[in-house]
Design a protein around this ligand. Structure first.
Ligand code: TXA
Ligand code: MG
Length: 337
């Protein structure tokens, strides 16, 4: 299959809409990361997403909508908490897990009786959803296991020959995938951290939000993931990454023992280190770290990095999303010096 990459304009958006209506898969920009979109109501279309990504069948997909009126067809119950969150954060980088309707097939829900829903903010994503006139199931547009794509070129690198069309909407402003929260029980649980923080969710809901243990800890053998995506190896470049906590001086001393190692570090570190550096944002600018982390992980592969030492991100606010992704890229290897 030939994969076309087209700049987003009226003509290419119409082309994407037509393909989506005929059960094809299209790479689309969103404000978080690029998505691999298909008709959420068609089993045939959804199956093609899993094939293109090489994704395990039990890992459910997010359904993307452009208008609140679409909720009715997708969820069995629009809870008060959903309305509060939608008012505060939609359109935007928040995914809400709710009870699913019968129209959502088992392929989308990964066999669960719930469905994850998001209304993206990116104007091109919204135009594609409304032109197609159907909700779109879309995981991140990377091959299963590799870092999520934040440019159309990243999508092409992973999906060339696997899908007919990628719409190029430029780079993704948020850069990490949406925050995922489940409101199926009275006690909401944060399943995946993102740009919308735990504190912001608590303010909007006016109640406590628990952190899923899978955010910072590896699942134990036999433990069931409340968000199946958390159990898979993720975001992993070919290099062996170790996250190093502690002062910059200790990091420098440790990393520079091996002159061939690469530092995955903050912008300010570059001129103070004598090994190769791939930077992922200013130390104090957590939103910028989120925006740049995935392309930094892809850059490690491009320069052939083998042993990588990463500066440790903070654990609060948006930085929690950065730490959560980096932990998976490092297969949970952390050393505090
Ligand atoms: O920002 C994003 O969310 C991007 C863009 C394209 O919208 N999409 C994305 O999709 O990151 P994906 O498939 O890579 O991640 C979806 C996550 C997975 O961790 C999955 O397990 C979880 O959401 N998820 C989906 N449906 C769920 C459900 N019913 N219950 C619990 N977790 C669910
Ligand atoms: Mg993904």
């Amino acid at each position: 299959m030939n994969t076309e990459v087209l700049k987003a304009d009226t003509e290419s958006i119409n082309k994407a809409a037509k393909l989506l209506q005929s059960s094809e898969v299209v790479g689309i920009p969103t404000e978080t990361v690029y998505g691999l979109a298909a008709n959420a109501f068609s089993d045939k279309a959804v199956k093609k997403i899993f094939e293109a990504k090489g994704r395990p069948q039990d890992n459910p997909l997010i359904v993307h909508i452009a208008d609140l009126s679409e909720l009715e067809d997708i969820t069995a119950e629009v809870k008060d908490d959903c309305i509060k969150l939608a008012q505060a954060f939609w359109p935007g980088p928040l995914t809400i897990v709710m009870p699913k309707s019968e129209k959502i097939g088992m392929a989308v829900s990964g066999g669960l009786d719930t469905v994850a829903i998001r209304m993206p903010q990116h104007p091109i994503a919204r135009k594609i959803i409304s032109s197609a006139g159907i909700p779109l199931a879309a995981p991140s547009a990377n091959l299963s296991g590799s870092p999520s794509p934040t440019t159309a070129q990243h999508v092409l690198n992973d999906m060339n020959g696997r899908i007919p069309l990628i719409i190029d909407g430029g780079f993704c402003s948020v850069g990490v995938e949406s925050t995922v929260i489940t409101i199926c029980d009275d006690k909401p649980v944060l399943l995946r951290p993102g740009y919308i923080t735990k504190q912001q969710l608590e303010n909007a809901l006016d109640k406590e939000v628990c952190l899923s243990s899978a955010i910072l800890d590896k699942l134990k053998d036999g433990e069931k993931a409340n968000s199946p995506g958390m159990k898979y190896k993720h975001y992993a470049p070919k290099a062996d990454i170790t996250i190093i906590g502690g002062s910059f001086e200790k990091f420098k001393k440790y990393a520079e023992r091996d002159k061939n190692s690469v530092a995955l570090c903050f912008d300010e570190d570059r001129e103070r280190l004598c090994i190769k550096c791939v930077c992922y944002g200013a130390e104090k600018d957590h939103a910028q770290q989120a925006q740049r982390l995935f392309s930094a992980l892809r850059e490690l592969d491009e320069i052939g990095a083998q042993t990588v030492y990463a500066r440790k991100p903070q654990k609060d606010g948006v930085a929690l999303a950065v730490y959560n992704r980096l932990l998976r890229a490092a297969a949970f290897k952390v050393m505090d010096l």
